[in-house]
Design a protein. Sequence first.
Length: 171
Amino acid sequence: MIKLHRTIEKESISDPLTGAFNRRQLDFHLTSCSTDFHEHRVPSCILMIDIDNFKAINDTYGHNAGDQVIIGVTQLIQSHCRAQDKLFRVGGEEFVLLLPKTVQHDAINVANKLKGLIKSARFVDNKAITASIGIAETSDELDNAQRWLKSADDFMYQAKTAGRDRICYPQ
């Protein structure tokens, strides 16, 4: 019974393909970090990470290969995170990496490292995969979790529009 309870609990908070946290958990953790900032001035950052040209991977190599890319990217990110960082799969090929107690400068360093690691990994047919990343830090203007997440998402789309394989953030 205990084992079944643990299984059900894990499945309710994580993505079944990758094991990363799911969208439901994202809302909880973003709200917690946003509250920490507004009540105690503890900064945190979000990295919105999107695998570039993912549809082409699925179209060329098939959905199983696409799943292997998603799993590989998840494992790569998780293996280079701190214990307090949290990875969420929020869409097909979109992820949010929450960096609690982190300022933008340090988040940019993390994003650069991850972008390079993703590009140098070979998940399918010895081809390079790239990612576009948007960064948002807690601030007084981003006064709730939804605005904070939207800011990171907007910067990720800015990275895509600027040519992909980029990192964008407030200057």
